[in-house]
Design a protein around this ligand. Structure first.
Ligand SMILES: Nc1ncnc2c1ncn2[C@@H]1O[C@H](COP(=O)(O)OP(=O)(O)O)[C@@H](O)[C@H]1O
Ligand SMILES: [Mg+2]
Length: 522
């Protein structure tokens, strides 16, 4: 691959690219070379400058300094249209499709310049052709709102292939996919590079980088930390380049004796915000010293599951107990007093109040008890001391306890929530996507805390879309699909393929049997 790549003219040469935002240097003197036929992974912690750099290449941002060459010639990419015209297209983290329109209409949106009427049948035919060639299965005549997230992503890619792009940029594409869909996307990308197109894959999943990419550029603090051939590097080395220190992938997961039953759900039904069924007969149990992982593509009832237990959502049928307390349709305070701690998916909103200080956010759960309060009066010295203690033990990087939390980075905000919820008295911890969007260093910290909780005899409900995370941390895994549990099985016996199929809604018979059995045993 190496000599082959080197002999060809580069497709893209970015040279000395810098981009400033008020108060941040997002990209600093970045050089990036892309060759035809390569999958180039762009790796880096949150805020390292990956999206900014690619937005420059896609014509959305204008660099403050630096030059861009396309096939050896200098180009000005001052709009997404200008980027399209040279052959560069980007699929953003948030899709930009028009929901009521069909796939074919979305694909051709903006192509009709008014001089001719598009023949939608011919368009549909071409989409089908491209779909077959690149393994992007989707019905051209379906409206986009009917499609799954994975299918919508295929439409975004088809839109770019329809325009004959030669460089496809994907910003964290697999974050929303099942393992099978991620695998299929890998095949699509390989087909594209086999035809000489180039792909930039932004991700922070090191496994994907190792499996799919030819070369890797690691960004750290807006600068290039390293550029390597994938075959010449390792996950540990890449993680080190990303965070600038050693990262341990092996977490100690000791044998822990499980104890009494802490959480019990029986045949729980609930509706979501839109009044549609969100949970349809969920039953599960978690004991002391046990982590139950909930696997599933986001949006299959995970949010409602956390909310019914914490008293934030009404149950229409069924019962929920935390220890000896029935919390079904009780206010959140009942759940808190029964021993529930909650790390919500929605950090700035449910998890923390942005305008309040670090100290205020930290004491939100503990202010009622001594020494912070004598029942009537708050002791401000004690509060300040308590905040300092938590900031130190959780290594929260903030200028002072008085800093408003909205000014903290994602990782530090999550530490504030963790510190508050773990320090509060609790027997059950609900952790929803606790490492979502966090970089490797912060992710490692979160996972260590979850294992420490298990060791301390807490019951833990872990909701995650990272199978790796679920498999490393959980004792048992339940798969949630459209508000139903498709199966519960010991994590040690879990097989990624089966998990993926279940996440996509396939009922796997014998696993359902084992669910029934394990529930009967409890
Ligand atoms: N439109 C913007 N306005 C202001 N700051 C921004 C903007 N986009 C990104 N940034 C900042 O630039 C830095 C790099 O961000 P980004 O490129 O999104 O990183 P990554 O994609 O690697 O997570 C961050 O500090 C981020 O807060
Ligand atoms: Mg980004």
């Amino acid at each position: 691959m190496e000599h082959q790549l080197r002999r060809e003219t580069p497709l893209v040469e970015m040279q000395g690219v810098s981009k400033r935002f008020p108060g941040v240097l997002a990209n600093q003197n970045v050089d990036l070379v892309l060759f035809p036929g390569e999958i180039h992974a762009l790796l880096g912690e949150n805020g390292a400058g990956k999206s900014t750099l690619m937005n420059i290449l896609a014509g959305l941002y204008h660099p403050d300094e630096g030059t861009i060459r396309w096939r050896g010639k200098g180009v000005e990419l001052d709009s997404p249209r200008a980027a399209f015209e040279v052959g560069i297209g980007m699929v953003h983290q948030h899709f930009m499709l028009v929901q009521p329109l069909t796939v074919a209409e979305n694909v051709t949106l903006g192509l009709n310049d008014g001089r001719m009427i598009l023949d939608l049948e011919a368009v549909a035919e071409r989409i089908q052709l491209l779909g077959r060639r690149y393994k992007l299965r989707v019905d051209p005549n379906r409206p986009v709102w009917q499609l799954s997230v994975g299918e919508q992503q295929r439409v975004e890619i088809l839109k770019l292939l329809y325009r004959d792009v030669e460089l496809l940029i994907l910003d964290e594409p697999t974050a929303v996919l099942t393992p099978q869909e991620a695998e299929e996307l890998g095949e699509t990308l390989r087909q594209m590079t086999a035809e000489g197109k180039a792909v930039v894959l932004i991700t922070h999943k090191l496994d994907e980088v190792m499996r799919f990419s030819d070369r890797v550029t690691v960004l750290r603090d807006g600068r290039v930390a390293s550029v390597v051939e994938t075959s010449q590097t390792t996950k540990a080395e890449l993680a080190h380049e990303m965070v600038g220190r050693e990262v341990l992938f092996r977490l100690e997961r000791e044998e822990v004796q499980t104890g009494s039953l802490i959480l019990s759900l029986r045949n729980v039904h609930a509706l979501n915000k839109k009044g549609l069924p969100a949970l349809q007969g969920v039953s599960l149990d978690i004991r002391r010293g046990e982590i139950l992982g909930i696997a599933g593509v986001a949006g299959n009832g995970q949010q409602s599951l956390a909310e019914v237990i914490t008293g934030l959502r009404t149950v229409s049928e069924g019962q929920i107990w935390v220890g000896a307390t029935e919390v079904t349709n009780q206010p959140p305070l009942t759940a808190i007093e029964a021993g529930v701690s909650y790390i919500p998916a929605d950090r700035m909103g449910t998890g923390a109040v942005g305008t309040l200080s670090v100290a205020d956010n930290l004491m939100m759960k503990s202010y009622r008890r001594p020494p912070l309060s004598n029942g009537q009066l708050l002791s401000f010295d004690a509060i300040r001391g308590y905040a300092r203690y938590l900031m130190e033990s959780f290594r929260i990087a903030a200028p002072s306890p008085e800093t408003p939390v909205r000014l903290l980075s994602g990782g530090n905000l999550q530490k504030v929530i963790l510190a508050r919820e773990l320090d509060a008295e609790h027997s059950l911890l609900i952790a929803a996507y606790p490492s979502r969007g966090l970089d490797v260093g912060a992710t490692e910290m979160v996972r260590r805390h979850l294992l420490a909780q298990r060791r301390a005899g807490k019951a833990i409900l872990l909701i995650s879309e990272e199978l790796d995370e679920l498999l490393t941390l959980s004792d048992r895994i339940a798969v949630l699909y459209e508000g139903r549990i498709m199966g519960i099985f010991p994590a040690a016996e879990a097989n990624i393929e089966t998990l993926g199929l279940m996440m996509a809604g396939e009922a796997i018979g014998n696993q359902i049997d084992s669910l029934v059995k394990s529930n009967q045993q409890n």
